[in-house]
Write a protein that binds this ligand. Structure first.
Ligand SMILES: Nc1nc2c(c(=O)[nH]1)N=C([C@H](O)[C@H](O)COP(=O)(O)OP(=O)(O)OP(=O)(O)O)CN2
Length: 139
């Protein structure tokens, strides 16, 4: 199998609902998000997908939707209060924003949506919260 990869860096706030320690508090990370794309065959030039298309379809999606925003779970009990003071900063997400859930959502929802006009699919996403800690979701 041949794949093409690209990563993108974004800054986001979040908190992890139910976390036993400090991660239940509002805080943020400089996330590094790695995308891995697969195709059934290479194109006539010899590519899985042009790297610039990964940027356009996936990296720019992160820029437009998540970068410099606060990811908050739609079931977070703090949601209503935060909406009163910082509504513009919030991105309401359908998952508790752990690195694992971000990776899963990008692969299961955003990949198919953003790559629908290509012959490729997003098969793996690795979300690094820090250089030391990451989670990976693979189809
Ligand atoms: N499996 C996961 N564990 C944790 C996640 C996660 O997404 N998946 N997230 C967090 C928090 O977001 C937290 O900010 C990071 O936690 P932690 O590594 O404990 O904090 P530091 O990076 O500051 O680590 P130091 O050891 O203090 O340097 C927690 N766990």
């Amino acid at each position: 199998m041949i794949t093409a990869e690209r990563y993108h860096d974004i800054s986001c706030g979040h908190r992890v609902v139910g976390h036993e320690g400090k991660c239940r508090f509002l805080h943020g990370h400089n996330y590094r998000i790695h995308f891995e794309i697969q195709a059934e065959s290479l194109d006539t030039v010899g590519r899985v997908i042009d790297f610039s298309v990964i940027k356009e379809k996936l990296c720019m999606w992160l820029e437009e939707h998540y970068d410099h925003k606060f990811l908050i779970w739609q079931e977070d009990p703090l949601l209503k209060d935060l909406q009163k003071i910082a509504d513009e900063s919030l991105v309401i997400v359908p998952y508790n924003p752990t690195a694992e859930n971000i990776a899963k959502y990008l692969v299961e929802v955003i990949g198919p949506q953003q790559l629908k006009d290509t012959a490729c699919r997003l098969i793996r996403c690795k979300v690094e919260e820090t250089q030391k800690c990451s989670a990976t979701y693979t189809i």
